[in-house]
Structure formats: structure tokens, C-alpha cells
Design a protein around this ligand. Sequence first.
Ligand code: 13P
Length: 255
Amino acid sequence: MRKKIVAGNWKMHGSPESVTSLCEGLVNGVNASAPECALIVFPPFVYLSQVQAALAGAQVHLGAQNVSQFDEGAYTGEISINMLKASGCEYVLIGHSERRHVFGETLETVVAKFKQAKQMGLTPILCVGETLEEREADKTSTVLAAQLQSVCEALPGDTTVFDGAVIAYEPVWAIGTGKSATPEQAQAVHAQIRQFLTEIGQINANSVSVLYGGSVKSDNAAQLFEQPDIDGALVGGASLDADQFMRIASCNKSS
Ligand code: 13P
């Protein structure tokens, strides 16, 4: 059975004080009514230890927003997988659209990071998605196929590349715009992603969790989660409000 997940990408937001109150809100929310899905939060690197301590014992998992493709060494400004694991991370976002489009991360870099996370025991959440121009030019499926295919090519002959990994479909035009994909648009792409995984030789394509991201709020989450191929959400802005994040999570039922 596919894992149901609601994940919060805090991006570059927060102060020590706001992180403390957000974590308190999450702990209170989980204690009051534990959601049926797994919860993950992705704070900025500098708050990982603070969040790990604040969430100790609560059913909320920790992840990082980015990672280096290198093990260790003279890589100024980078953070390794082992450092993330030592800070309590179990998950890492790979290839978020802001990394690709604002910081120029290439397919090659994204693939190297995915491979590194997989091989060193952090669960990668691979973010994929098309720009508005690509959608309008009818290139959504070509773009997504290339993003997924490149990962498989980096691990040739491995029919289990995506086993244990998570995919987040985040159309670039829906991120931070308040303009979510409709449940039907998202469902169509999620079904396509599963189809691609099968076509590129992944034997367990049907067991990979595929999350939707892009302007998910408590008032549109339930309709998205009703779709058969949407296993949860990667939430940006609305994850900075503990009550709203918990309301989104409560919509993601286990069956
Ligand atoms: P918003 O929910 O703010 O649109 O952000 C989505 C996102 O980028 C999550 O990774």
C-alpha cells in the first residue's frame, strides 16, 4: 500500500521564536488528533536541531530542503547527507523547482543528489514539474518524462530506483501563486507519472507515493486527496501555520 504523506516545506522562512511556536502548534495538533497520514517538515538547515528537539517524541518526521551531492570536503556552503542524518533528518527534497529555476540546478546535479540520498539512506522526495510555457506548449509529459528518465539513466539496470522514494509533482505555475492545479489536472499528471515509471522499467511503480504541491490549502486539500493517484501534498506557505497544516493533514485519510 502506498504511504499517505503531508509534508511542509518551510522554505527560507522563520526565526528561532516563530519556529518554537510553529513546533508547539504541531505537537499540540498531533497530540489532540493524530492524522492518519505521515507528517514531515522541512525547516531551513539552521533550525533542524531546534526542530528535532522541539518535536522529540511527536509523530512528525524531519527532512531537509536540499543536500550536497558530495560526501565531504572542500565544498564551501554545502551540507552533506551525513550531517543531515546527524541532525535527525530522514527525508530530503531533491530538485525543488526553486533549486532548478532560481539556483540553476541542472538535471545532472539533481540526479547526482538523488543517487547520493538513495545510496546513503535518506529518503529522497524528487520534485518534478513543468513551467507555464511548457504546459501551454503541450510539453508537460515530455518534461516530466525527461526529469524521471534522467534519474533512471544514472542508475542503469536498476529496476528499483524509485522504491522507497517519493515523487512530488509541483507544477511551477502553481507554486506560491494561489492558483492550484485542479484535482482533475493533478490526477491526470499523477497517473502519467506512474505510467512513466512502469514504462521506464520500474517494477514497483504502483507503490511509489506521489504528492501534489502548489498552492495547497485547507480548503482545496480534500478534493485533491480524493483523487486515486494523489497520495498527499507538499505544502509551502500553508505549512507555516500549524492549524492550517494540521487541517490539511486531517483530510488525507489512510484509505
Ligand atoms: P506553495 O504551497 O506556497 O504554493 O508552495 C509549494 C511548494 O513549493 C512546496 O514545496
